[in-house]
Write a protein that binds this ligand. Structure first.
Ligand code: PLP
Length: 378
């Protein structure tokens, strides 16, 4: 892996031409340690069990026409936008399809923050890409941590930053915390920043909440507030992480702005074809998958509470469970035992407030049974 961080500490003489020409902060920057960067799929020959990236287990079957593949795709393929409009209940002019929700994050920062001038705000512990995308764009990151007791928003802390930031990222359900933010708090945050910042509600895991209903989503707030953006993805409940397809939902003036910044042909034709098919024909399959995942999540959470190396299991409204080990030694023992046996989970212990915490994605029933069997030997 050639990470730019390897250049840290080189003297000017030793820098390559590219390193001398590049933005200085890129030389020392550590890129996002995505699940696939930590363990690549080339390792898969060993039949690993992947429980580290919050993907859904199971594969679908799709028909591809490959017709017109010699032509550039439409900027925003109508079949895809219509299908997501139907699914989300929003009009087509409020939807932008992107290469995953990650591209939505990047576009928002690039559209609203002037490099080296405007800041974003995040509420750790939270999804790592907000800070990485900001750093990449020369955008300072202000942190207002979640309340440690219940992982809700610190509204007083947010109020103190009004006027100092251009974009606020809220994650609901949170990754890696798993909890939904109370809707009243999200509305309060949107009102606080109404004249000064866009409030982004990242709903990558929204399908896993309660009995998924619009009641939990912030998409309905688009009709009342101009400064709301909602992020969604097909990578989780729809089991299409490899497709790279997400959606940014916002009022049309915001969509128009983001459309100026996004690449000219962001959605490859086969991606649009598969995503449209799934959104049109496979909603019941998605709902069944989500139901199974939620049942397995509850079983795993209960099982974890019974283990003597686990002292806390966080409530989850997503497709993963975060838990705290009784000590740093126990955390390492759990992680390493699984790793040695080709089961990959995610260490979250470096995140603020998450000492000794690990996160397990809800895989298949069989995968979780193997994980439990192994951990019983600890
Ligand atoms: C909270 C959150 N937002 C966004 C993403 C990125 O999703 P996508 O695969 O659509 O880029 C993830 C992926 O893990 C996530 O956890």
């Amino acid at each position: 892996m050639t990470e730019l961080s390897i250049s840290k500490g080189k003297n000017k003489q030793a820098l390559t031409t590219a390193e001398q020409l590049a933005r200085k902060e890129l030389i020392a920057m550590v890129p996002y340690q995505s699940a696939r960067r930590l363990f690549s799929s080339a390792d898969a020959q060993e039949d690993k069990i992947w429980l580290n990236a919050n993907e859904a287990p199971g594969k679908g079957q799709y028909q591809l026409s490959a017709e017109n593949i010699n032509r550039y795709p439409d900027f925003q393929p109508d079949s895809l936008i219509s299908a997501y409009s139907e699914y989300s209940g929003l009009t087509k002019d409020k939807i932008l399809a992107t290469r995953g929700a990650d591209e939505g994050i990047e576009l928002i920062i690039r559209s609203f923050c002037r490099a080296y001038q405007d800041s974003i705000l995040i509420c750790p512990p939270t999804y790592g890409m907000y800070a990485i995308s900001a750093e990449n764009h020369g955008t300072p990151v202000i942190k207002v941590p979640l309340n440690p007791t219940d992982l809700t928003l610190d509204l007083d802390g947010l109020q103190q930053q009004v006027g100092k930031v251009k974009v606020v990222f809220l994650c609901s359900p949170g990754n890696p915390t798993g909890n939904l933010l109370p809707q009243a708090q999200i509305i309060a945050a949107i009102k606080l920043f109404k004249d000064s910042a866009m409030v982004v509600v990242d709903e990558a895991y929204i399908e896993y909440t309660g009995e998924f209903s619009p009641e939990y989503s912030s998409a309905k707030l688009l009709s009342d507030f101009d400064n709301v953006i909602v992020l969604r993805t097909l990578s989780k409940a729809f089991a299409l992480a490899g497709l790279r397809c997400g959606f940014t939902l916002a009022n049309n003036d915001v969509i128009t702005l983001l459309s100026k910044v996004i690449a000219p042909y962001p959605i490859a034709a086969p991606v649009a074809e598969i995503a449209s098919q799934v959104l049109t024909n496979d909603l019941t399959i998605m709902q069944t998958r989500v139901k199974q995942t939620k049942a397995l999540r509850e079983q795993l959470s209960t099982w974890l509470t019974e283990q003597n190396w686990c002292c806390h299991v966080f409530t989850s409204d997503a497709n993963f469970v975060l838990f705290r080990c009784t000590s740093a030694e126990d955390k390492t023992r759990v992680f390493n035992l699984l790793l040695e046996n080709n089961i990959l989970i995610r260490d979250q212990s470096k995140q603020q407030q998450l000492e000794n915490c690990l996160r397990i994605s809800i895989g298949s029933e069989d995968e979780l049974a193997q994980l439990k069997k192994l951990l019983t030997t600890l």
